[in-house]
Design a protein around this ligand. Structure first.
Ligand SMILES: [Ca+2]
Length: 502
């Protein structure tokens, strides 16, 4: 097929862009999903629900009011929780943007996709590239642990995304916002419309990775959004509402809304600037909340609220600002609870009782099999899907923990695991300097022999110590050994078939 996605050499278009005519230029996604075993479940006779998946960037679990935040006003997010189910113990599958998103969209550990670290902008300036190289150099010395190299430069074509799969059930699919699974302004093979989406409005990169182009479908509207970012939430909200309005009446549809907010740098529009009690970060979150309200209002006006699954979540814990949740230790980039725990609210009045709270832990790659089941689809059968169908947790009909053990990856380094109430770390990256000089496999770790900086492993009891403040490893060595053995077994499985191909 000819490459029709405009490259950076062809960007002279009017700012209104081009309206999609209703057909995806790249329809291979559904065929790929079918070849992978995705098909309609025999005898499925329910009306397929619309799906709106809102995946914020770096929003802390403790930021929305419904999670106990005393400072910020988030009435629209809180209303979602009042009308649906709020998870108190929901994990991202990575504390970093790119791998978390890769896992969520494919239902698989991100390491299977080869994406382990936030992708840099392809057009990054030489100074940025030099810094990246320097970071990797220091990482190699064990001085820094901030930068790892991805194994691929975008989500591989062989992966089946949620959007690819939902096409098999006749869904109309659209994406708005931040992709971060390949800089398609330089490498069009990673464009979301080649990963199952019929429509796109958004940017390939995070708002701090420039140049970051703005696209409508295959047309580049701007070479670089730059720091003119106070418009982003308003723009994405309008586009999300537009998608719902265009597709109301010809359901089902799947909208993946991935706001750039509240990732650094922070920009709020005039209506929200200096209005919150939480500084500029609070302004940004309150504007994000407004956007959620606009989307919900549109669904209501179109009479679509009853049979639409609305998921509101974040991709990882908060970074320099934001609230990691009650008593949680750590932030974005870390395997501590504060890095992985995210807000997760699901509203689906047709199935989910209003105002419910689920305390059962689950992980964001569970969303893939859950949504496929809701859409009456069988899972791919040619690959390992790590996620489990957690619809029973959504509806409250089940309370079983979907995984015997949860693994916590720092990039490609399996740092620890949670089993029941136990959180175990063989080692941990601190992500920001000063960094893991105490990692036993690094130059400094060996030199310092762990004498000054504590020792590994660490073991925390999340029931009695949810803040991971008191290491119990020396008191329960047998528990450490038990979990370490399971981790080693899992690592061996991963080494023998990382891609999980069957
Ligand atoms: Ca993020």
């Amino acid at each position: 097929m000819a490459d029709t996605i405009s490259s950076r050499q062809a960007d002279s278009v009017e700012s209104t862009g081009q309206r999609n005519n209703g057909s995806n230029s790249f329809p291979e996604g559904a065929a790929k999903a079918r070849a992978g075993g995705v098909k309609k479940i025999d005898g499925f006779d329910a009306v397929r629900p619309n799906i709106v998946l809102i995946n914020c960037d770096d929003l802390g679990q403790g930021d929305p009011g419904c999670y106990g935040n005393p400072t910020l006003r988030t009435p629209n997010i809180d209303r979602l929780a009042e009308q649906g189910v709020r998870f108190t113990d929901f994990y991202a599958s990575s504390p970093l943007c790119t791998p978390s998103r890769a896992a969520m969209l494919t239902g698989r550990h991100s390491i299977r996709t080869g994406l382990i670290f936030p992708l840099p902008a392809e057009g990054m300036k030489p100074a940025g590239k030099a810094l990246m190289s320097l970071g990797r150099f220091f990482s190699g010395l064990g001085i820094s642990d901030t930068i790892r190299k991805n194994l691929v430069d975008g989500l591989p074509d062989k992966e089946i995304t949620m959007a690819d799969a939902l096409k098999v059930a006749g869904y109309r699919t659209g994406m708005v916002g931040k992709w971060h699974l390949g800089d398609y302004s330089y490498k069009p093979q990673y464009h979301p419309m080649r990963r199952g989406f019929d429509e796109l409005f958004g940017t390939p990169m995070s708002n701090d990775e420039l140049p970051n182009a703005l696209y409508r479908n295959e047309t580049m509207l701007e070479k670089d959004i730059g720091l003119d970012q106070a418009r982003l939430t308003g723009m994405s909200t309008r586009e999300a509402v537009g998608f719902i309005e265009r597709n109301a009446g010809s359901e089902p549809f799947f909208l993946y809304l991935a706001p750039h907010a509240p990732h650094l740098p922070f920009y709020a529009s005039e209506n929200f600037k200096d209005k919150s009690a939480g500084g500029i970060y609070g302004d940004v979150v309150e504007e994000l909340d407004w956007g959620v309200g606009q989307v919900m209002q549109c669904l209501e006006e179109k009479g679509l609220t009853e049979n639409t699954i609305v998921i509101f979540k974040s991709d990882n814990g908060p970074w320099f600002e934001g609230h990691p949740g009650q008593k949680r230790r750590g932030r974005k980039g870390q395997s501590y609870e504060g890095g992985f725990q995210i807000p997760m609210i699901v509203r689906w009045p047709a199935k989910i009782p209003a105002g419910s709270v689920c305390n059962v832990p689950a992980m964001n790659f569970d969303i893939f099999p859950t949504l496929l089941a809701a859409a009456g689809l069988e899972l791919p059968n040619d690959r390992i899907i790590d996620g489990k169908n957690i619809m029973g947790l959504f509806t409250g009909e089940e309370s079983q923990v979907p995984h015997d053990i949860f693994y916590f990856y720092h990039c490609d380094d399996l740092e620890g695991a949670r089993m029941g109430k136990w959180k175990y770390y063989r080692r941990i990256s601190h992500y920001v300097w000063p960094v893991p000089v105490d990692k036993p496999d690094t130059f400094f770790g060996k030199a310092w022999r762990n004498e000054f900086l504590g020792s590994w492993p660490n073991l925390y009891n999340l029931e009695t110590d949810p803040g991971e403040n008191y290491d119990l490893a020396s008191r329960y060595p047998e528990k450490c050994e038990e979990i370490e053995k399971i981790i080693l077994g899992f690592e061996q499985e991963m080494d023998s078939n990382r891609g999980g191909w069957l």
